[in-house]
Design a protein around this ligand. Structure first.
Ligand code: MN
Ligand code: MN
Length: 359
């Protein structure tokens, strides 16, 4: 056991005591979420021994092939949280519509949104995966829950967190008072506070982007990556390193731990999709966690947490990490949008750009 010995449960209950109006319902909700994460960690940790790898041979609402563990994790989260009386309804990456808590359970005042298994394409390769969750207050707990109740901006989140199933299992969460990390002590079955008040370093020399999409990027993103690749001799005056895990939780955790910037920008690959990642159960919770750790989270053209959702599975461009780097990228977007980066956009520059197509 870690010397602090502060469990996740103790941490949440003690945080709640600072709010005399708190009912304890919320700490109960976090407890059932943490239990679900332990069960998913156990299933993911057994891998092939438990038969959880491979494809479920069905396609989810996003048009993605579901892995066995996607389906199992979704089921674990629903079953672990629906009974407790904390929730009015749930929404998941793996379910097309919202899921109202069944009539045989008491109806609570919170809404839970989750990506039950993030980075699931990594699972067969035994690379870290995670769970992302976001808690909202129901705007009307007395009415039957409906889709509109879920369409709240990220600033309205009561709590956001992720579980990371890596060499160690962790839960990192925020309730709006900093971002705190807990490590699962497998011997006693408890999450212990090991990373209090996590902070994203303000400056970085590490970027994460899927460069196979280079030809689809918008000019500000091309420009930013060209700047990074130019290194110490370029306009940024420093050498960069690149990382790409293709698991949002693992990328967010690395950035929380040692800084960096992550980009999954809008691109022209599929003009119908304004980004790759989902606003309500990926971008918003990660944004809340990163902002509470002193980092920034942007679409490139504005704060992610202020994007007004129009649909449950809405996608959004996502750029987050070290504050100075995200602000610099926003600057490049502004220069592009108001035309002041014209010299950069000349064909000559593009011929010089490492990733750019010859004009
Ligand atoms: Mn995901
Ligand atoms: Mn997923």
């Amino acid at each position: 056991m870690h010397p602090t010995n502060i469990t996740l449960t103790q941490f949440i209950i003690e945080s709640q005591r600072r709010y005399p109006q708190a009912t304890g319902e919320f700490s109960g909700l976090l407890n059932v979420i943490a239990t679900a994460c332990k069960v998913i960690a156990s299933a993911a940790g057994k891998g092939a021994l438990a038969g959880v790898l491979g494809s479920a041979e069905q396609v989810n609402v996003q048009g993605e092939t579901q892995k066995n563990l996607d389906v199992i994790s979704n089921e674990i989260l629903v079953r672990a949280t629906e009974w407790g009386g904390h929730l009015a309804a749930l929404a998941s990456e793996e379910m097309e519509d919202i899921y109202a808590v069944p009539d045989n359970y008491p109806c609570g005042k919170y809404l839970l949104l989750f990506d039950p298994l993030d980075g699931s394409s990594n699972i067969d390769a035994n690379i870290s995966v995670g769970t992302i969750f976001s808690v909202l207050r129901s705007p009307d707990p007395t009415a039957p829950p409906c889709l509109e109740h879920f369409l709240q901006t990220g600033v309205e989140q009561v709590c956001a967190g992720y579980a990371l199933y890596g060499p160690a299992t962790m839960i990192v969460l925020t309730t709006g008072q900093g971002t705190h990390g807990f490590t699962l002590d497998r011997d006693v079955g408890e999450f212990i506070l090991t990373h209090p008040a996590m902070q994203v370093p303000a400056a970085t020399q590490e970027f994460a982007i899927n460069t196979s999409n280079t030809r689809f990027w918008e000019p500000p993103v091309k420009r930013y990556i060209d700047e990074c690749l130019a290194g110490g001799g370029g306009s940024r005056g420093k050498d960069y390193n690149m990382r790409w895990i293709a698991s949002l939780v693992a990328e967010a955790h690395r950035i929380l731990t040692r800084g960096g910037v992550f980009l999954y920008p809008r691109d022209s690959k599929d003009p119908d999709k304004p980004g790759r990642l989902r606003l309500l159960y990926e971008a918003n919770p990660i944004g809340f966690i990163i902002e509470q750790a002193g980092g920034a989270c942007s679409t490139g053209r504005g704060r992610v947490l202020e994007v007004a959702p129009a649909a449950l599975h809405q996608r959004v461009p996502l750029i987050f990490g070290s504050r100075e780097e995200v602000e610099h990228i926003e600057l490049l977007y502004r220069a592009h949008d108001d035309g002041t980066d014209e010299p950069y956009r000349s064909p000559l520059f593009h011929e010089r750009g490492f990733f750019s197509e010859p004009a």
